[in-house]
Design a protein around this ligand. Structure first.
Ligand SMILES: *[C@@H]1O[C@H](CO)[C@@H](O)[C@H](O)[C@H]1NC(C)=O
Ligand SMILES: *[C@@H]1O[C@H](CO)[C@@H](O)[C@H](O)[C@H]1NC(C)=O
Ligand SMILES: *[C@@H]1O[C@H](CO)[C@@H](O)[C@H](O)[C@H]1NC(C)=O
Length: 492
C-alpha cells in the first residue's frame, strides 16, 4: 500500500503542470527561485578599521573596491546578499546589467554612512515580489567606497522564462527554460513554428498570452506571422502556412495546387484532399483541370473528365493536333447516295472501274504521281466543283515533284469524281492513295481524282510498297516514265 501511494503521488506530481490550470487552460507560471552565484573569501585578522577611518600600515583591507559577477544568462534577481569582514563599507552601490558591459541599472545605493565609520557587516537587497520593476540581469556589479573587504556574496533568482515555464535548467549556459504555452527559445521568447498566428507576448498573471496555432488543415508544420494580415483581421489571425504538403496551397493550405483538384469525398484536412488532374496528354490542352470538378480542358470534339474520348458527332483521328474530327454530314450523305449517282448515264465511262483491283507492278508504281497512305479526317464542299478533305498523311512511299509532307494537310477531290463513285472515301478510314500524273490546276495542292485511286488500307501492303520504294530509289523507274499529262476539262 505505501508503495502504491508513493507511486500515485509521483504520478500526480508529474502530470500537474503549473503552466496549465486543472481544466487545461494556460496560465502564468514561474520557475523556482534558486541560488545563482556565490563567492566567498577569507577575512584576514589584520583588517580592522581604526577610529578616524584610516588604515594602519600593513593592513590589507581594500579601499574603493568593486566586484562583477557574470551569471551566464538572463535571470530574474530576487535577492543579493553581501557580507563584509568586520564592518561594511561606508558607501555601497549595487547595479545590474542585462548584457556584459552594461548599460548598468542602479539597484540599490547607500550613501556615505553617517559617522564616517564602516557600515553594517551584512547587506541584503531584495526585489519587491510582484512589483513591475522586476530585475532582469545577466551581470551584477558591486562597488564600495572607503575601506572594507567583501567576505561573501550570494545571488538568488529564477530563470527569465517570461511567464511561460515552470521549470528551467538554470545551470545550462545560457539557462534553458522548459517552455510551455507553445513557446520556444532559451527564455521562451518566441512562438513555436507551428504556432505563429498571433505575435509572441510575455505571460502576465492576468493573461497567459499563449502562442496560438496557425490553421493549416494539417498540411503544414510551419507558419510565419504576417503583421499586415493580422491588422486586417482586426487582431485575430496573422499566420501564413509555409510549405503546404499533399499538393495543397494557400495561406491555410486550403486549396489545391495547379494540376490537382479538390476531391469532395475527402475532408480538406485529409492527405488525399487534392487529386492529380490526370489530363490526357493528347486529348487535353494542358495538364491543369478545374479545381472543383477535376474537368480537364479538352481540345475541340474531345470529351470526358480527363479528355480521353471523342464527343458525340466526333470520331477519333490520328492527328495529335485534332484527335477528334467532326463526322462530316456532307460526305456521309455523298457516300450513301453514291449508288444513285453512279447509275447516272453521265457517269458512264467516266471512271476507270477496272482499277478497283490493282496489281502493283514496278511499272505501275513508277507511273503514279505519288503513292502514300493517309487517314481521311473530314471533308467539306468548297464551291460546286471541289470537295476539300482534311487528311493526315501517314507514310509517303512515292514522292512527287512538289514534295508531300507527312501530317495534317488538305487534299482536293473533284465533286463529280466523288458523285460518280470513282473514289469512295469514308472519313475516319485509312487509305492507300495513288495520285495520277494528270495536270492539276495548282501543283502545290494535293489532288486526288478519278485517274488516281483510293483503296482502303491493308497493313500487309506496307512491305511490298517499301520494296518498290527502294527499287525506285535505286533508279528502277528509269524508262518507266509516267504517261504525259492530259489537261483537265475546264468545267471543273
Ligand atoms: C575612493 O573614491 C573616492 C571617490 O571616488 C575618492 O575620493 C578617493 O580618493 C578614493 N580613495 C582611494 C584610496 O582610492
Ligand atoms: C469549375 O467547375 C465548377 C462546377 O462544375 C463550375 O461551377 C466552375 O465555373 C468551373 N470553374 C471554371 C474556372 O471553369
Ligand atoms: C483506265 O485504265 C487503263 C489501264 O489501266 C488505262 O489505259 C486508261 O487510260 C484508264 N482510264 C482512265 C480514264 O484513267
Amino acid at each position: 500500500m505505501p508503495v502504491t501511494f508513493a507511486l500515485l503521488f509521483l504520478l500526480s506530481q508529474a502530470t500537474a503542470d503549473p503552466c496549465y490550470d486543472p481544466q487545461g487552460r494556460p496560465r502564468f507560471c514561474l520557475p523556482p527561485v534558486t541560488q545563482l552565484a556565490a563567492t566567498a573569501a577569507s577575512c584576514p585578522q589584520a583588517c580592522t578599521l581604526s577610529p578616524g577611518n584610516h588604515l594602519d600600515p600593513g593592513e590589507t583591507c581594500n579601499s574603493n573596491g568593486s566586484l562583477t559577477l557574470a551569471l551566464g544568462g538572463p535571470f530574474l534577481l530576487t535577492s543579493v546578499s553581501l557580507r563584509f569582514c568586520t564592518s561594511g563599507p561606508p558607501a555601497l552601490i549595487l547595479s545590474a546589467s542585462w548584457a556584459a558591459g552594461g548599460p548598468w541599472r542602479l539597484l540599490w545605493q547607500r550613501p556615505a554612512w553617517p559617522g564616517a565609520l564602516g557600515g553594517p557587516e551584512r547587506v541584503t537587497f531584495r526585489s519587491t515580489p510582484g512589483s513591475k520593476s522586476t530585475v532582469v540581469a545577466s551581470h551584477l556589479h558591486v562597488e564600495f567606497r572607503g575601506q572594507a573587504r567583501l567576505a561573501a556574496a550570494g545571488l538568488r533568482g529564477r530563470c527569465q522564462c517570461h511567464g511561460h515555464a515552470a521549470r528551467c535548467a538554470a545551470r545550462a549556459r545560457p539557462p534553458r527554460c522548459r517552455c510551455r504555452h507553445h513557446t520556444t527559445g532559451p527564455g521562451c521568447e518566441s512562438c513555436r513554428p507551428s504556432h505563429r498566428d498571433r505575435p509572441w507576448r510575455p505571460a502576465t498573471p492576468q493573461h497567459p498570452h499563449p502562442c496560438l496555432p496557425c490553421s493549416c488543415n494539417q498540411h503544414a508544420r510551419r507558419c510565419r506571422f504576417n503583421s499586415e494580415l493580422f491588422r486586417l483581421s482586426g487582431g485575430q489571425s496573422g499566420g501564413v502556412c509555409e510549405r503546404c504538403r499533399h499538393h495543397t496551397a494557400g495561406r491555410h493550405c486550403h486549396y489545391c495546387q495547379p494540376g490537382f483538384w479538390r476531391d469532395p469525398s475527402q475532408p480538406i484536412s485529409s492527405h488525399k484532399a487534392c487529386r492529380a488532374c490526370k489530363c490526357h496528354p493528347i486529348g487535353a490542352t494542358g495538364g491543369t483541370c478545374n479545381q472543383t470538378s477535376g474537368q480537364c480542358t479538352c481540345k475541340l470534339g474531345v470529351t470526358g473528365l480527363t479528355c480521353n474520348r471523342c464527343g458525340p458527332g466526333y470520331q477519333q483521328s490520328r492527328s495529335p493536333r485534332m484527335p477528334c474530327q467532326r463526322i462530316p454530314e456532307a460526305t456521309t450523305t455523298l457516300a450513301t447516295t453514291l449508288g444513285a449517282y453512279s447509275s447516272d448515264p453521265q457517269c458512264q465511262n467516266y471512271c476507270n472501274m477496272s482499277d478497283t483491283r490493282v496489281h502493283m507492278s514496278l511499272r505501275r508504281y513508277c507511273q503514279q504521281d505519288y503513292v502514300l497512305s493517309a487517314q481521311i479526317l473530314a471533308s467539306e464542299a468548297v464551291g460546286l466543283a471541289w470537295q476539300r478533305l482534311a487528311v493526315h498523311v501517314l507514310t509517303v512511299y512515292k514522292q512527287r515533284a512538289r514534295p508531300v509532307r507527312r501530317g495534317d494537310q488538305d487534299a482536293w477531290v473533284p465533286r463529280a469524281d466523288l458523285a460518280c463513285g470513282c473514289l469512295r472515301l469514308q472519313p475516319g478510314t485509312d487509305y492507300l492513295l495513288l495520285g495520277s500524273a494528270v495536270g492539276s490546276p495548282d501543283p502545290a495542292r494535293l489532288i486526288l481524282d478519278r485517274h488516281g485511286l483510293a483503296l482502303p488500307w491493308r497493313p500487309r501492303w506496307a512491305r511490298p510498297l517499301r520494296r518498290l520504294q527502294q527499287e525506285e530509289r535505286a533508279g528502277g523507274c528509269r524508262g518507266l516514265r509516267a504517261p504525259t499529262p492530259s489537261p483537265r476539262p475546264e468545267h471543273y
